[in-house]
Write a protein that binds this ligand. Structure first.
Ligand code: 5AD
Ligand code: SF4
Length: 500
């Protein structure tokens, strides 16, 4: 191990940096939209790599969003194809991959902390391959920090290089130097990657990759590249296959699913068309995330209102309730137009649960501007909200803005917002007390093995007692008690549910 450590920093990575990390800017972003996307079907494991994982174990630790969760399933699929089996025990692993998130500084700090913790393990087991991938790997500053301070890392690869894992892994096994491959190019769409999905009840299905919205605070358009949609027939085939295998719920995934299809052919086949086709597939529940209010069209609302397997839950990030802040964020809508869309959705889908994301403490946000956020939350009575303190992301336009709001004030705003969000979440749950809801049973509750857990169509978590044989099934549950984040309930007989 000692000599491995010494050889690593000697490699000259400077040429590599010049080639790899081209910080995109808005002008380039507009240009990149016109660049052609390649849809490929050519993933295969080279002969000399087949079986190199036989008898070995992998562990993937995932940080961040559902997109990362699903990328980890792809990496697991690739590793299993070359012979690895999975483990949850670090000491047993021959390869540990950290699939990282760059959305906020504390997400990155968690990963650096974990890298520090793994140093001892690497010392004890020099053959262990330690890899860093995901969004942090796309950031030059992060890679530099790893090169300088975390030389026990063997492998770094970016979000556009997942399909190259077999080759990179082999290189890492036989090289004494850190292996690094991070493409700054915007990425292809590769269709035939294997997937080792977690569980057999709910599944993720990517419909598009990347984001071209360039909200001024957000790192995603830089780490995930330009918007690129999968062809509808590929998505539909995947959903059909999942239905055939007995999955009960799918979630269509994209950073900004409402932009689906803009980059395909003449751009006329959009999310509404895709959902209208998926609606006809025999799978009980279809979700989608995440929506940007910008591209939420009337025909999409019309399709969602048809119901059936399209569930009544819409995650619609608002970020702020103040027009000046929304403008500096580059969100391209106003408080008024958000509310207009919100009410349209409520009218078209009366029982829809609407959840949101909110950032407090954006640079120079005043108390009055924050009050606008509180009043919007109050008006919308959201069923739930993910709330965040603004975190400057190096390279983004907002990170260059001066900021006169202290961390103390930001923390105070977050706390006040959370109090309101929790109160509303409880209120929306309390309205369900005594009602019968359909629950997809996912497994045992984390806290109590004897209690089952599942989600309603509106994405609320329900706990209730019942036999484990119900896992994977849709059952009717009467809500007996509402809590802030979850509901308690009891199973009702089929007849009773039918009479309701
Ligand atoms: N700081 C804080 N929150 C952020 N988000 C995105 N970028 C940042 C940032 N720099 C939040 C947004 C987004 C969610 C996924 O993360 O609310 O919707
Ligand atoms: Fe980030 Fe979402 Fe804005 Fe894209 S739409 S830049 S992913 S916040």
């Amino acid at each position: 191990m000692a000599d491995i450590k010494q050889t690593k920093p000697e490699k000259d990575y400077s040429v590599y940096f010049q080639r790899t990390f081209v910080a995109p800017n808005l002008k380039e972003a507009r240009r990149r939209r016109r660049q052609a996307v390649r849809h490929l079907n050519d993933f295969s494991i080279p002969d000399d790599i087949k079986g190199i994982g036989a008898g070995k174990k992998y562990l993937i630790r995932t940080y961040g969003c559902q997109m990362n969760e699903h990328d980890s399933e792809v990496m697991a699929g690739i590793l299993e194809e070359i012979g690895y089996t999975s483990t949850d025990v670090e000491e047993e692993a021959d390869i540990i991959l950290l699939n990282t998130c760059a959305i906020r500084e504390n997400a990155e700090n968690k990963v650096f902390g974990e890298l520090g913790n793994l140093k001892q393990l690497k010392r004890e087991n020099p053959d262990l391959i330690l890899g860093v991938c995901g969004c942090m790997a796309q950031e030059e500053a992060v890679v530099n920090r790893i090169l300088q301070k975390y030389q026990h890392v063997d492998l770094i690869f970016g979000t556009h290089n997942i399909h190259r894992l077999p080759q990179l892994l082999k290189e890492a096994m036989f090289s004494k130097e850190m292996v690094m491959e991070v493409w700054s190019k915007e990425g292809d769409v590769i269709e035939n990657l294997p997937k080792a999905r977690k569980g057999n009840v709910r599944a993720w299905v990517n419909i598009m990759y990347g984001c071209d919205k360039f909200c001024t605070y957000c790192i995603v358009p830089y780490t995930r590249g330009k918007e690129r949609s999968r062809h509808p027939h590929e998505i539909i085939q995947e959903v059909r296959e999942l239905a055939r295998k007995g999955y009960k719920e799918i979630t269509l995934l994209g950073q900004n699913v409402n932009a689906y299809g803009k980059d395909l052919n003449d751009g006329s086949y959009r999310l509404s068309h895709l959902m209208d086709e998926i609606r006809k597939i025999d799978i009980p529940r279809v979700r989608f995330t995440t929506s940007h209010p910008w591209d939420f069209t009337d025909d999409l609302i019309e399709v969602l209102a048809k119901g059936g397997n399209l569930v009544e839950h819409i995650h619609l990030p608002v970020q702020s309730g103040n027009n000046a802040i929304l403008k500096i964020m580059g969100r391209n809508y106003t408080r008024e137009s958000y509310l207009e869309l919100f009410y349209k959705l409520k009218k078209a889908i009366p029982h829809a649960a609407i959840t949101t994301d909110i950032i407090v403490g954006f640079p120079n946000e005043t108390e009055e501007q924050f009050q606008d956020t509180l009043s919007l939350v109050e008006e919308c009575q959201f069923d739930g909200a993910y709330t965040f303190i603004y975190s400057p992301r190096p390279g983004t336009p907002a990170a260059r803005m001066e900021d006169n709001v202290s961390m103390e004030v930001k923390r105070d705003r977050l706390q006040r917002l959370n109090e309101l969000v929790n109160e509303l979440a409880y209120k929306s749950n309390a309205r369900l007390e005594g009602e019968i809801v359909e629950v997809l049973v996912e497994g045992a509750s984390k806290k109590n093995e004897d209690v089952l857990m599942g989600h309603t169509r509106t994405n609320k978590v329900v706990h209730f007692r019942g036999p484990k044989s119900l896992i994977g099934q849709l059952v009717n549950v009467r809500v007996t008690k509402a809590k802030t984040w979850t509901l308690d309930g009891e199973i009702v007989a089929e007849q009773e549910a039918a009479n309701q």
